[in-house]
Design a protein around this ligand. Sequence first.
Ligand code: PLP
Length: 388
Amino acid sequence: MNWAERVSPAVRAIPPSGIRRFFDIVAETKGVISLGVGEPDFVTPWHIRESCVYGLQQGYTAYTSNYGLLELRQEIAKHCAATYGVEYDPRKEALVTVGVSEAVDLAMRAILSPGDEVLVPEPSYVSYKACVALAGGVPVTVPTTVENDFRLTVDQLEALVTPRTKALLIGYPNNPTGAIMPRDELAAIAAFAARHDLIVISDEIYATLTYSGTHTCFAALPGMRDRTILLNGFSKAYAMTGWRIGYALSNPDFIGAMTKIHQYTMLCAPVTAQVAAIEALRHGQCSVQKMVDEYNRRRRLMVEGFKNIGLDCFEPKGAFYIFPSVKQTGLSSLAFAEELLKAEKVALVPGDAFGACGEGFVRCSYASSTANLSEALTRIGRFVKNRL
Ligand code: PLP
């Protein structure tokens, strides 16, 4: 029996994540410094972990509402109103999800009909295009360039929009480039979305990790609140990747539709993580700020390090990634990553894992100790010197 042929063609057509494929090789190599995985090296702050332990002692072990604990939704709405000035009704306009990962999938499945097109700027997070395709949609790549600081322009979008375009899926600060979008340029994109009557899915999981300038919440732009499905979560800013908790905010119709799918597929997000997320929003700001300051110090170390090595490098403004060009070495992204791993035992992610326009770049995560980063820079410097 050929079981592989029994797998749905839609699933077969999706390539496995370029990051995972590469890290299977890393897992088998000893003594590697990995700057590959996009995951904080901090443990979740103790007061957040403790609130979960206390919650368990109190008997928080059952299903919650499909939408999530009302107390958490109220905290999320409060946080959003206080930080960005956007108001949501916690009863009808907020859904607690199993990470932003689930929220991206739900958003796509809730809005797309077969053949609907979704504009996806690249380089971008590896899940976006796969989620569009799995929901029956057609991802349309909008390539961004280092020459334009990896920013998205309305001219590019106008050139690719068609009568089948249903939505635009953006994520700033960006994984993998660290690019952010200035408010006036996002406002121009908002006008574009309104002109073409598009839904905007805005993944703002790195919003708090903005080091230069201020983060603009897309839903806060005039006229965008109801047109936007705003996604955010706890994985990055609160160092809570393993808890699997995030949320979506939007008008009651979109949130209702997403909740319908969520109730049949997930039922609810883990209650333990929901209890911890309440504590994170209520009292986590001080611990978050300490981590943000530390990431910012490391960001400067990396920018300086790549400058000294002699590789062209866009200065990231947010998230915890740096995306240097390796074109000067004459190697492709994949060859650079593979040869560096072999010669110097440093693991990076080839830029083309984030879309074809990421070719010629590599992604390094600086969510790693300063000692690791300094040693990795020394090794990368030695590797590059031998090739320039
Ligand atoms: N969105 C972006 C841009 C990411 O980089 C990641 C994880 O790397 C996610 C979403 C997934 O987040 P979560 O852990 O909340 O599912």
